[in-house]
Design a protein around this ligand. Structure first.
Ligand code: FEO
Length: 394
């Protein structure tokens, strides 16, 4: 079902209430998502992005209800990832000669996935497409979050089409951010930033400052996922600048895996010690084998200190910790402190090995970590709590 935004712009995307996983199984989307596609009717008619591949036929048939496809003068592909380009094959089978405006990297990514030699028009920052009353200006935004990404600014309507930037995975019957619960909206927007955009924070800051320096009047930001920012669009821009600037809250997150609960007991006693010392700090305990990894990464992103625990197993550590350490490495976090902990009965290398991985991931190592031989007894519980108190004092 299409939704009219104003006289010139209509939303023609797909709301995916069923989506629970994204990027394969990497990202959980418990609140679904949407693939936003925008139809602009000026003197020229232009389509911005499409929808994910499984919905290609549904997307094109709904689009045909909105407009005869032969009326579309141009397609703008802001980003080549399949959740936005997936319906192109179905669409281009019907209108094969319509030009597709995208970046040079966009041509590479779209050709690389669909192996079609469509009528691509490469564009760079500052290039324009005159639609009649409005002119679209293209703004390359490489690594937000793919090399091919670009934004598009529609001047008279003052609308910024921002691809994956400023979006969130949140299915809604509504179209606008001001129509949904604000806490949930920003929680999902932060989760999206932490899990997808965090590694590119330097580019996020640079691109936002570049756009601010262009003095564009922005009345609305239309992202490729989730809700449209209609009221105070500057709020999400300010949030992005905050998140991109080594973001941290007054939070310590303790992530661990455990075989027979000894490392869990360590985590709980460290947490008790932290709380004894500092009643104001938020403490999160997360078992990486049980908790959602997308949520774990979001909590890590929000933290000032991250403690990572595993028992020693086969001269190493448990696989869920290995997976999370790899994901943390990929986030390219800065200005976060970390340490390791874990129980052992034999060789006991896990703490040292985890510490090395945390260091390689760019976290600042607070100390050599803490180990407990087998199960913590009363004396060891006290030592763990004291360790927690020392963490709280950092
Ligand atoms: Fe929503 Fe990077 O695609």
């Amino acid at each position: 079902m299409s939704k009219k935004i104003n006289d010139k712009i209509t939303w023609v995307g797909k709301t995916d209430w069923e989506l629970k996983k994204f990027h394969g199984d990497e990202f959980t989307t418990i609140n679904g998502s949407s693939y936003n596609s925008y139809l602009i009717r000026d003197e020229k008619t232009v389509l911005i992005d499409t929808a994910w591949l499984p919905y290609d036929k549904e997307y094109v048939s709904k689009l045909e209800e909105e407009i005869p496809l032969n009326k579309i003068d141009a397609i703008i592909a802001l980003h080549g990832e399949v959740d936005h380009s997936g319906a192109l094959i179905e669409l281009m089978n019907k209108i094969p000669n319509v030009p597709i405006y995208c970046t040079a990297n966009g041509i590479k990514s779209i050709k690389g996935q669909y192996h079609k030699d469509w009528n691509f028009i490469p564009v760079k920052t500052g290039d324009t497409l005159n639609l009649g009353e409005n002119t679209i200006t293209f703004i390359e935004a490489p690594m937000l979050h793919w090399p091919d990404t670009m934004f598009a600014y529609m001047d008279k309507e003052k609308v910024l089409f921002s691809s994956d930037g400023f979006g969130e995975h949140l299915a809604s019957e509504h179209l606008y951010a001001d129509e949904v619960e604000e806490d949930l909206l920003f929680k999902e927007a932060l989760k999206y930033y932490a899990n997808i955009l965090a590694p590119f924070s330097l580019m996020v800051t640079k691109k936002i400052n570049e756009i601010l320096a262009m003095n564009l009047e922005i009345s609305m930001i239309c992202p490729s996922h989730g809700l449209i920012w209609r009221k105070n669009p500057e709020k999400i821009i300010e949030k992005y600048l905050e998140w991109a600037n080594n973001y941290k809250e007054n939070q310590i997150t303790i992530i661990y895996d455990t075989m027979w609960n000894d490392t869990r007991k360590m985590a709980e006693n460290i947490a008790r010690g932290i709380q004894n010392k500092d009643k104001n700090v938020t403490i999160k305990l997360m078992n990486t084998a049980k908790d959602d990894k997308t949520d774990v990464l979001t909590e890590v992103f929000k933290s000032k200190i991250v403690l990572v625990g595993s028992p020693t197993v086969n001269n190493g550590y448990l696989h869920s910790i290995a997976g999370i350490l790899e994901m943390i490495r990929g986030m390219k976090l800065k200005d976060k402190k970390a340490a390791a902990f874990g129980s052992y009965g034999w060789s006991g290398e896990a703490v040292k090995l985890i510490t090395e991985e945390l260091k390689k991931a760019g976290l600042e190592i607070i100390n050599d970590g803490i180990r407990v031989f087998w199960t913590p007894d009363e004396q060891e519980e006290k030592r763990l709590q004291e360790y927690g108190e020392s963490i709280a004092e950092i």
